[in-house]
Design a protein around this ligand. Structure first.
Ligand code: GLU
Length: 304
């Protein structure tokens, strides 16, 4: 049995003392105010044991981490039909790149880049009765925590500056790959990204993607095979144009967000979440990636 608590404490200590902490995302003005000295890490093992270090109970803006939860809900609602509207190939380009979308006739490369997530948001808007309320309840149920909320200031901040997302949504609409009005889809998308959760809440919410997530799979209404597919998409597409680097350094399926969070999992063993707001040049949390690299190296627990 490994001493996970000691390993996390050690990683946290290294991160807190790091001189280079990356750059906090400022293109969403509301995120720019977050202190980059925060660092949290939380591990949930499949036997339900929790270990945390640093600011692992502090809520942060989950941003693109929400794309995985939105995808799982869309798959539960319409199953295989999702793949008529979005592909499953890594893009090799930044999360908000538009050129490929035009070349590929409005079919986004995958559901974890912005254009793909906007299509998924459109699916949820079409199929949920009260989309924002129902999606938030779904996330709360997965995490078993009713304290999770949208941060409307963050959602509005992004609405005012999200020109590239408006461009992507308009392009999708022009290719008939959005059923709902652009404004309505983006309002939902900006809200889903603005959800605030702590590392421990994220680890709990992602438990259903581990092989033994039994009861939670029932809440998520996903089959084992659908969960397997989501993990595959996270491995190949979860880190913008740095998915290869993350697989190379860390070796786990996972998803990052520009709020500085990263969730990753080893399907038979654990879910781990880090939060450090400073990002590297590719938009992934600088210290979060280093921390996860240290974790899989020290524990020898990765998929490879
Ligand atoms: N809401 C952000 C955007 O659409 C999410 C980006 C991210 O976390 O990668 O730009």
């Amino acid at each position: 049995m490994q001493n996970f608590k000691a390993i996390l404490d050690d990683i946290c200590e290294t991160a807190k003392n790091a001189k280079e902490k990356g750059t906090v995302a400022s293109y969403i003005p509301e995120l720019a105010a977050v202190d980059k000295n925060n660092f949290g890490i939380h591990l949930r093992t499949l036997d339900g044991l929790d270990y945390g270090a640093g600011n692992f109970e502090t809520p942060f803006s989950i941003q693109s981490i929400s794309k995985v939860l939105a995808l799982s809900k869309a798959m539960a609602l319409i199953g295989e039909s999702v793949w008529k509207r979005v592909d499953v190939e890594p893009s090799g380009h930044p999360f908000n790149q538009l050129a490929l979308l035009e070349i590929e006739n409005g079919i986004p490369r995958n559901p974890l880049i912005n254009s793909g997530a906007i299509v998924i948001a459109d699916i949820l808007l079409s199929h949920l009765k009260n989309p924002k309320e129902d999606f938030l309840n779904y996330v709360r149920e997965l995490a078993n925590d009713t304290n999770i909320n949208y941060n409307t200031a963050v959602a509005n901040s992004e609405k005012n500056t999200g020109f590239k997302n408006y461009a992507a949504a308009n392009l999708l609409k022009s290719f008939n790959n959005l059923e709902n009005p652009v404004d309505a889809v983006l309002d939902f998308y900006f809200h889903q990204c603005s959800i605030e959760m702590s590392c421990s809440q994220v680890s709990k919410a992602f438990f259903f993607l581990s092989n033994k997530g039994g009861d939670l799979k029932k809440i998520a209404q996903l089959t084992e095979s659908q969960a397997k597919r989501i993990n595959a998409i996270m491995l190949t597409c979860g880190f913008y144009d740095e998915a290869g680097e993350f697989a190379f350094e860390v070796g786990l399926p996972g998803k990052s967000g520009v709020g500085g969070g990263i969730v990753a999992l080893l399907p038979d063993h654990y879910i781990i979440t880090t939060w450090s707001p400073g990002l590297n040049k590719k938009g992934n949390s600088l210290l979060g990636m280093l921390a996860l690299e240290q974790f899989t190296t020290k524990t020898k627990l990765s998929i490879f």
